[in-house]
Design a protein. Structure first.
Lengths: 340, 292, 274
């Protein structure tokens, strides 16, 4: 299951702070986010609405509107190049190679009056001038497991899953080293979703491509990604290897999220949930943003917790002052379960 | 678990519905479907998009007329009723639609919305409305009465939709993807509300969903729908753990599962442990979501 | 920003137009109070160019052009609003019923609306007025008759969109009858675009009335900007002010109503609420 070993980082986000300015309101969408994706890695970013994951995705592709978004600190580097304050023209040159993106709703991103094959061809021509376009298009269609006849189809004639594959083919036409997939299967059926995810995984392996998978679907991310970051209120609060973050979650939010995801019930038969709602990013709290909803809150939580590695697991880090108690409760429970 | 001998509440018999699209194409949305929901029972209708499950839900609610087949509510054939009788009878079945924003008239205040639902019964509509709001966790109810739907958050709107659904004291609630609008972490809040409604009011549910974990958590029986037909139907445990039909097997296999991942991660992080941790931690983490 | 006045204020052209319309309405109200009346205005100062005592000049009967213009405001606004209101009410009812109940009646109504929209309005108006005789109310009726299809179309479209929305279905499940649903749930949510169209109809009506008057088809005894243009024709080269100022008045007023209609439409559009 292992991909090629991580090389020099393709994405390096260092303490990024980004705010949207809408009139007089300032929404602090990202409050110190750090993230690394190395060559050939499959990394997941999990978060709900309001967590900032879409903002991060946009920032990584240079799609944030400079009139509305303001970078308050930190930096982003792609393939070694600092892109934090890149101009629109420079971003255009970056996109496609080394960085490509697929989005949630392919219908919005495909030209409705142009046949699929031609759109893929455009991408090829842009990044691979001189190559035999139709042969390459044929090759790409095979790569995404589409029949050659789909080249002649218009987007509305294709099913959702096929459109997503076309979008993938366009992305791959640029020979990217990194693919950012932002909710790539949310609009698709479960069975189609499974096929697309399988395809993505195989492509990453065979092309040595790295992928950053952004989703609210924990199961999806758990299946596909080796390393996972959990986002909450503009910060990454727990991150590490899959077996650590999902197998041994330590942050109360992550645990609550996992429980909610598989509709777990507690001893009283109630569904486990996280009370309250996501915080308002227009008024960022001083301390830990999860504190109002947390069952393990301490005095210390008035200050944002530092990043501390989980005991005994160098690859698993989280931001929680009370990790000890949380893990103790967890261990206590599992002992109970073993005994009982 | 309700007794299997509970009387049937909703009976759909050989329902068929075909749509003709503008381009002249014929879509066979529902093809010969029969389904029964008993009193106090929860039936999950599981299927992917295009399976016809939403259409079936609307036919059951009497919003769409089937081309063939009968809909019986508490033994009465809806087709056979006069318009007036039908309007009366349908109050026993209430919908919860997928999108809480589209489910509420944007120009009506909450007072007005609940008034429509309560007004037919009682004189003390105001009191009843406030009571309803509080029973779904919107407290203090009086504060919410004058607001408009767009002033509420997504989760609050979903609660309001639930409040309206139970205002008529229905015997059956037909919920079409009730959790799809909500964030994962607050799904439990809504599920608990649905649970409360079921236990306190003895309501039956027809839950239409594509989410297997919700079906597993909530339903007594599961019916799997594919391309307009029910391919498998039976007790939830059976269908979801040992499915017989090929399609069901494919569906279950395709659902990405955290449990599978946790199990794959190694014996030290096995499923049983995660679950045990989950139940212990729920004492500290996460509340039953009563706080709005 | 959710409130109507708040969002409307962001449409600068619309705000300017609204102020202009308010000014016209003000003139209508204040005019009679300060003794602005038709009678006894003829004088010996015939065909004087714009100057001190007569800022916009006088016509061939010695009447002050500025006073004429101000009197014409009343007529224009009356015709405009009256026609727009009648057309809107008619169009709303017909369009809503057509969209909600559908069927053959809907088809019939739509074909009828198409007939009215396809025939050039001025020609039809001229014919109808010529047949029915002059008179302000007749002119209003004719214009309303020509304008209702626009409103009906818009209303029908909105009703078709809304009648199967989930909140309407939810109220159906509460056991209310279809007529209640049409009036209490559908129409209030469908009415917004009608306001925008209705405002533009005011401008169209004013223009149509002026055109009819220009050809001498409107009432002879009332002061109307169109009629001023009619009389001004003969003096086009030696008394330009008799045509210029009424022309400017018509132009600005119609433009103002069009901009106002646009702004109302933009304000009410839910997509513009960000």
């Amino acid at each position: 299951m292992a991909n090629s070993e991580p090389g020099p980082p393709l994405i390096e986000v260092d303490d990024l702070r980004l705010a949207y300015v809408i009139g007089t309101q300032v929404v602090h969408a990202l409050q110190g986010v750090s993230l690394v994706v190395g060559a050939g890695e499959v990394v997941g970013l999990v978060g709900e609405s309001g967590s900032g994951k879409s903002t991060l995705a946009s920032a990584l592709m240079g799609l944030t509107d400079p009139r509305r978004a303001r970078i308050d600190g930190g930096r982003i580097a792609i393939d070694g190049k600092d892109v934090t304050h890149l101009s629109a023209a420079e971003w255009e040159r970056m996109r496609g190679h080394p960085l490509a993106m697929v989005f949630q709703d392919p219908l919005n991103f495909l030209n409705p009056v142009m046949r699929a094959g031609r759109q893929i061809g455009e991408s090829v021509r842009r990044h691979d001038p001189g190559v035999d376009v139709s042969a390459r298009v044929h090759e790409l269609l095979e790569l995404v497991r589409l029949p050659p006849s789909s080249a002649r189809a218009y987007p509305h004639e294709l099913s959702g899953g096929m459109r997503q594959r076309v979008l993938l083919a366009i992305a791959l036409g640029c020979r990217p080293r990194l693919l950012i997939a932002d909710e790539p299967t949310t609009a698709l059926d479960v069975t189609t979703q499974a096929e697309i995810m399988l395809l993505l995984r195989d492509l990453c392996r065979s092309l040595g491509m790295a992928m950053l998978l952004i989703s609210h679907d924990l199961g999806l991310v758990a299946d596909a990604c080796e390393r996972i970051h959990v986002m909450y209120a503009g910060r990454i609060i727990e991150w590490g290897e899959r077996r650590g973050v999902f197998g041994n979650p330590c942050h109360p939010y992550t645990i609550g999220l996992l429980q909610s995801a598989y509709a777990a019930r507690n001893a009283a038969g109630r569904f486990v949930t996280i009370g309250g709602e996501a915080p308002n990013l227009a008024r960022p709290a001083e301390g830990c943003p999860f504190a109002p909803r947390c069952g393990f809150v301490l005095e210390a939580c008035r200050r944002m917790p530092d990043a501390v590695p989980v005991e005994g697991d160098g690859a698993h880090t989280l931001r929680c002052w009370n990790a000890r108690s949380v893990r103790a409760a967890a261990n206590g429970a599992s002992e109970q379960a073993d005994a009982g | 678990m309700p007794a299997e001998e509970a009387p049937p509440l909703l009976v759909l018999k050989d329902i068929a519905k075909t749509f003709r699209s503008a381009g002249g194409e014929t879509v066979h949305a529902v093809r010969g479907v029969s389904l029964t929901v008993r009193e106090r029972e929860t039936v999950a209708l599981v299927g992917e998009s295009g399976s016809g499950k939403s259409t079936l839900g609307r036919i059951a609610l009497g919003l769409i007329r089937p081309d063939a087949g009968r809909v019986l509510l508490a033994g009465r054939d809806l087709e056979a009723l006069s318009t007036r009788e039908f309007r009366r009878a349908r109050c026993a079945m209430q919908p919860i639609f997928q999108d809480p924003t589209a489910a509420l008239n944007p120009r009506r205040t909450i007072r007005s919305l609940l008034g429509q639902a309560c007004g037919r019964f009682a004189d003390d509509v105001e009191q009843r409305s406030i009571g309803l709001l509080e029973s779904v966790g919107l407290r203090p109810g009086a504060d919410y009465m004058g607001r408009l739907p767009h002033e509420l958050s997504g989760g609050q709107r979903q609660r309001l939709v639930l409040a309206r659904a139970i205002a008529m004291q229905p015997r059956l609630v037909i919920a079409d993807e009730p959790l799809s609008g909500a964030d994962v972490s607050i799904r439990g809040q809504i599920l608990n509300l649905l649970l409360d409604i079921r236990e306190e009011r003895g309501v039956a549910y027809l839950m239409i969903t594509h989410d297997i974990s919700v079906a597993r958590a909530f339903a007594d029986r599961v019916a799997v729908m594919m391309q307009g037909q029910i391919v498998e139907c039976g007790p939830a445990e059976e269908v979801l753990t040992a499915p017989r039909h090929q399609y069901t097997q494919r569906l279950l296999k395709a659902v990405p599962s955290i449990e599978r991942t946790a199990a794959m991660a190694g014996p030290a992080y096995g499923l049983a442990e995660s679950r045990a941790r989950a139940s212990a931690l729920s004492a500290g983490v996460g509340h039953s979501g009563a706080s709005g | 920003m959710r409130s109507f006045p708040g969002r409307f204020a962001r449409q600068r052209a619309g705000v300017a137009a609204a102020l202009f319309v308010a000014l016209l309405v003000g003139i209508c109200i204040v005019g009679p109070l300060i003794g602005l009346a038709e009678a006894d205005r003829m004088s010996n100062d015939v065909l004087i160019a714009p100057s001190g005592g007569h800022p916009l000049g006088t016509d061939d009967l010695g009447r002050d052009v500025l006073v004429d213009l101000l009197l014409g405001v009343q007529v224009s606004l009356f015709v405009g609003f009256a026609a727009a209101v009648v057309a809107s009410v008619l169009g709303t009812v017909i369009g809503a019923a057509s969209g909600h109940y559908g069927g053959l009646a809907d088809l019939a109504v739509m074909r009828l609306a198409e007939i009215f929209q396809v025939i050039p309005s001025f020609i039809l108006a001229a014919v109808l007025v010529a047949l029915s005789g002059p008179g302000l109310m007749r002119v209003v009726a004719v214009i309303a008759l020509l304008a209702w299809p626009q409103v009906a179309r818009v209303m029908r479209g909105e009703v078709l969109r809304i009648k199967n929305l989930e909140y309407v279905d939810a109220v159906r499940c509460l056991g209310f009858r279809e007529s209640y649903i049409l009036f209490a749930e559908v129409i209030p949510n469908a009415i917004a675009p009608v306001l925008a169209v209705g405002t533009m109809i005011v401008g169209q009506a004013i223009l149509l009335e002026a055109s009819l008057a220009f050809f001498g088809l409107s009432s002879v005894d009332i002061v109307s900007w169109g009629r001023m243009l009619n009389s001004g024709q003969r003096f086009l080269f030696n008394a330009w002010w008799l045509s210029f100022f009424p022309g400017v008045a018509i132009f600005s007023t119609v433009l103002a109503f069009n901009l106002l209609g646009d702004a109302i439409g933009a304000t009410l559009d839910p997509k513009g609420s960000r």
